[in-house]
Design a binder for this molecule. Structure first.
Ligand code: ATP
Ligand code: MG
Length: 726
């Protein structure tokens, strides 16, 4: 290994204030930082890693640093890398799930899995829950798979297995959950698969059941550092407890005002009780905020002060007052999206980079309208946490093929691809084969490879299976030689006839699918090129973990779109919080007392991401699940003191559509007038198509123009380069 350049410890400490420095240079033993947003908690954590390594107190591979989202983990890794360079590679800087998965790739055989176990994402797991429900003959309308899945997940987060759960049931619903839980568990195990919650649960199992394993890891990880500790659940708490060695070098940082995962079983008392658990812990308070203007900070403080039961923190900043918070009311979600796009264009024109801008929303579904608008406005963006790409059917098919090559026991993967593309394997024959595999206790792959043995299979089905499995066997042999993943994937797509079937379709949709598959090959190629020693197993694991939250590469110049939950720990100069309406945010499901406080903490998280400019927008009407709804302005907007805001609300004379926006003081700003109103028959000049005539005006600010040479075309009036000619 080449000698890494030494770390300048003096300089490392220069960029820290006294309490931060105290935490960074803490000799050892438990350490707690409980402090408000933007006060440098993550900075302290990363600098501490650098300090420990730079002063030779630990080796890089003795560091375990944990955070919650993939995005935050990537960012943490980047920050550490800036300080210590390539040494970062030897460290475990990752999410809980990734660390557990990595551990289980080694230890899972102790629990009866193979190392190649499959990781089921939410959707896979839901499907398996549904199958279990069906198998038990439970009415899925009475108890939905989603509800049961949630209960099972909740139990797992509390480290309750099916037996433990079964012993505590009270209601009929819980009894049903217990039955499904038991079957679901044995099915998972039979398929050599784990769901997301299992990653933690099984890791805890291994550490508890095998003292020698625990010993090995506690010795290996001499320092454990956890960011966003306020959001740990019981399983994560227990996992950390098991990994903390005799030296008790456990550092946790967090902010009780930012606890936003209660609905997933996070337990805020984990951080509040830390001092009780470790009476000798060093506790450090940080009070200076280095991120936001005073206006943004005051707004955040005002909003969160409406919550009871939180530790008091006095945040201050010397970054000055800054601009007021921009509060805007818009007609509907389309107008809201257009406002955001226009505003972004203006900001970018003034010299900001798109990468400095983020848009947050409460639920993933809110991104689509915005995405459409940004695409039309030619504004490049990325969606963090949208599982979209990996959720597409063709991508899932391809992944299932690869999974099956690695884990021939995986019935879900097998069922998914057996007849995709169509090859004459019907649901009944498929059921016979999986049933037979089940009865005989053999991998489904083996059962299908020998279809003559399966009772009740017709001659055509036998033939179809024989041909299919012939291909699969060749591919499996090929996979075992360890080719680059990208190559293997291309062969799979070709040999199984998958691509051919799409090409034969000759539809736009199929074309899109082919492009997505090409993109997946590209993902594999990138993986092959960057992984230290690429394997199919690791590639699939990465994809499974991306499912929860992920990105299409963090290029410069991309606007970032994400849910508020995914925004945790991040910061952006300019932030838009859209959909600030009662029922949307706070979410209608969370309007009871506890839920509301968690929503308010989410608002606090959102507001405190902003460094310089914060926008809060709301629409007077919005389409929610196909129904037009009329929401009131969010209480969180009202909780921001008026004198910190500049507000733009629409005052309408009865029966009039808004034409111009009116400030509270009555000023009219010509530059921000709403779209010019077009009437039928107007002559309009388009920058590219020339002069056309308005032949229709549609809701949502759409005009339809007729051009002599270009026919009829639709435009969004206030985005398109249009000009009225008299
Ligand atoms: P959050 O609660 O949102 O996770 P945090 O407490 O982790 O916030 P950081 O992200 O570590 O805060 O820091 C916020 C910003 O302030 C970062 O850009 C960081 O680099 C900067 N910062 C923190 N401390 C200092 C300091 N002493 N000098 C200069 N900049 C600092
Ligand atoms: Mg942080």
């Amino acid at each position: 290994m080449s000698a890494a350049p030494s770390i300048d410890v003096e300089r490392l400490l220069e960029g820290l204030n006294p309490p931060q420095r105290e935490a960074v240079t803490h000799e050892g033993g438990p350490l707690l930082i409980l402090a408000g947003a933007g006060s440098g908690k993550t900075r302290v954590l990363t600098h501490r890693i650098a300090w420990l390594v730079g002063t030779g107190r630990v080796q890089p591979n003795e560091i375990l640093a944990i955070t919650f989202t993939n995005k935050a983990a990537a960012e943490m890794r980047e920050r550490v890398e800036l300080l210590v360079g390539r040494r970062t590679r030897a460290m475990w800087v990752m999410t809980f799930h990734a660390a557990c998965a990595r551990m289980l790739r080694v230890e899972a055989p102790r629990l009866g899995y193979t190392r190649q176990f499959t990781i089921y994402d939410q959707a896979d797991s839901r499907r398996l829950v549904k199958r279990s429900i069906d198998e038990l003959g439970i009415d899925p309308k009475r108890f939905t798979p989603a509800a049961i899945q949630h209960q099972i997940s909740d139990a797992k987060n509390k480290l309750r297995d099916a037996d433990a759960y079964g012993q505590m049931v009270g209601s009929f619903f819980e009894q049903t959950v217990a039955d499904v839980y038991r079957l679901y568990e044995s099915e998972l195990h039979r398929m050599n698969a784990m769901d997301f919650d299992d990653l933690l649960f099984r890791s805890v199992n291994v550490l508890e059941l095998f003292p020698e394993v625990r010993e090995r890891y506690t010795t290996a990880f001499r320092h454990i550092l956890v960011d966003e500790y306020q959001d740990t659940n019981h399983a994560q708490y227990r996992w950390l407890q098991l990994l903390t060695g005799e030296e008790r070098n456990l550092m946790v940082v967090g902010d009780d005002s930012q606890a936003i995962f209660g609905f997933r079983g996070a337990d805020i008392t984990n951080i509040l009780d830390f001092e009780e658990e470790f009476p000798d812990a060093l506790t450090v308070k940080l009070e200076q905020n280095y991120r936001s203007t005073q206006t943004i900070l005051s707004a955040a403080n005002a909003v969160i002060s409406n919550n009871r039961g939180r530790k008091n923190k006095n945040l201050w900043t010397d970054l000055g007052q800054g601009d007021p918070i921009h509060v805007r009311e818009l007609d509907d979600e389309h107008a809201e999206a257009r406002f955001v796009a226009r505003e972004i264009e203006r900001i970018v024109d003034e010299g900001a980079s798109r990468a400095e801008i983020a848009v947050f929303y409460r639920t993933n579904a809110q991104s689509r309208v915005l995405e459409d608008t940004l695409v039309r406005a030619n504004l490049a963006y990325q969606v963090i946490g949208g599982t979209k790409f990996y959720e597409r059917a063709e991508v899932k098919d391809a992944v299932a093929y690869l999974t099956l090559l690695l884990n021939p026991q995986d019935v879900v993967a097998f069922t998914r691809v057996a007849n995709s593309p169509r090859r004459g394997i019907g649901a009944t024959s498929l059921g016979r084969v999986t049933g037979f595999a089940n009865t005989m206790g053999i991998p489904v792959f083996d059962a299908a490879a020998d279809p003559e043995e399966v009772p009740g299979l017709g001659a055509a089905a036998v033939k179809a299976f024989t041909r299919f499995m012939g291909t699969m066997r060749v591919l499996r042999e090929r996979a075992e030689t360890g080719p680059p993943v990208a190559e293997l994937l291309e062969e799979v797509l070709r040999e199984t006839g998958y691509l051919e079937a799409l090409e034969a379709e000759r539809t736009i949709e199929a074309q899109g699918r082919i492009e997505n598959l090409a993109e997946l090959v590209e993902v594999a190629r990138e993986y092959d090129g960057t992984a230290e020693s690429p394997t199919l197993g690791e590639f699939l694991q990465q994809i499974a973990l991306i499912a929860d939250a992920d990105t299409r590469v963090d290029d410069e110049g991309l606007i970032t779109l994400m849910t508020l939950h995914n925004a945790k720990g991040l910061e952006f100069p300019i932030v838009f919080m859209i959909g600030c309406e009662e029922g949307v945010f706070p979410h209608s499901r969370a309007l009871d007392e506890g839920g509301l406080e968690e929503e308010r903490r989410l608002a606090y998280v959102g507001i405190t991401r902003a460094e310089r400019d914060l926008y809060m927008t709301y629409a007077r009407t919005r389409n929610v699940f196909g129904a037009r709804t009329y929401g009131a302005r969010s209480r969180f907007v009202d909780e921001v003191p008026v004198d910190l805001t500049d507000r733009e609300e629409q005052r309408l004379a009865p029966g009039m559509r808004p034409r111009a926006t009116v400030w509270d003081d009555g000023d009219i700003d010509a530059a921000r007038m709403s779209p010019v109103a077009y009437s039928l028959g107007d002559d309009v000049k388009h920058a590219a198509f020339g002069i056309g005539k308005v032949i229709a005006v549609e809701p949502g600010g759409i005009v339809v123009l007729h051009f002599r040479d270009h026919g009829d075309r639709k435009f969004v009036a206030d985005l398109a380069p249009l000009e009225r000619v008299s």
